[in-house]
Design a protein around this ligand. Structure first.
Ligand code: ARG
Length: 265
């Protein structure tokens, strides 16, 4: 599920990547977003869209709107006022599409930015954009999943999906410096192959990728990371994400995956 970048712009600074004095190329952003949607269509994925809303400049990052499995969704409650207006529209989209909507109300929560599903496990980042209490709510709402809290400590990696890329229950790529010690241990405990990537790879938004069976959609200039994936036998599709990185987002941030239990794992 995607949100077109019609109103995408960097007008404020709520993360270290954003600098309102650097202009965003609107046409280029449209093209980069369209390329991502086209790649998904080419992979025979069904794609869905939410209508963008003017003045909600970051709504294009659809991953942050909610987290869902089948027709149950937990809608986001954004940390910063600049994004809080999005909740209403994501909630409406979910209702219009027959989702049961859980509202965490007073718990700050930014959806798939911090919640990553890998088969029977939900990895939940907290510390910057989501409160730790959300893990309890997710455990209650999705009782057949094990929810694993991971504490983020580096502001440049304010969402889990920028510093952790689980491909399956055996393999995860992560940036160890973005987590506290305990969380690094937890990641290593749960994944047989927990591969720490370099500063350069992490800072290039390489981990902000989407995995679909044997295909990984990632961004260009993450050369070393693409080489790693190719060596593991993955089909790697690289896309230019230059305009969205100006706001602190790339492939995964633009993509909200509508998980269906019968297609997981
Ligand atoms: N400018 C957006 C923000 O700070 C970027 C969101 C990135 N999204 C993500 N899933 N990591 O909220």
């Amino acid at each position: 599920m995607f949100c077109p970048p019609d109103y995408f712009s960097v007008e404020y600074k709520i993360n270290p990547w954003m600098d309102p004095s650097i202009p965003v190329g609107c046409n280029l952003a449209q093209k980069q977003w369209q390329d991502l949607v086209d790649v998904c269509k080419d992979l025979s994925l069904s794609v869905d869209f939410i209508q963008p809303v003017s003045d909600l400049f970051d709504m294009v990052f659809a991953a942050n709107g909610f987290f869902s499995i089948d027709k149950k969704a937990v809608v986001s409650r954004f940390r910063y006022s600049e994004r809080q207006g999005e909740t209403k529209f994501y909630k409406q989209w979910l209702k219009d599409n027959d989702f049961e909507v859980i509202d965490p109300k007073t718990i700050v929560y930014e959806g798939q930015g911090d919640t990553l599903l890998v088969e029977d496990v939900i990895l939940q980042g907290y510390g910057f954009r989501s409160d730790r209490e959300i893990t309890k709510l997710l455990s209650n709402e999705f009782p057949n999943k094990k929810v694993i809290p991971l504490r983020l400590v580096d502001e440049r990696f304010f969402h889990l999906d920028i510093c952790c890329f689980p491909i399956n229950r055996e393999l995860v790529y992560f940036y160890d410096k973005a987590f506290d010690q305990k969380s690094v241990h937890t990641i290593k405990k749960y994944f047989k192959n927990a591969v720490a990537v370099s500063d350069e790879e992490a800072l290039s938004f390489a981990l902000n990728s989407v995995a679909l069976d044997h295909t990984v959609i990632t961004k260009t200039e993450a050369k070393r990371f693409s080489d790693r994936l190719s060596a593991q036998g993955f089909n790697v599709i690289e896309l230019d994400m230059s305009e969205f990185i100006k706001s602190g987002g790339a492939v995964k941030c633009l993509t909200n995956e509508l998980w269906e239990e019968n297609k997981i794992g």
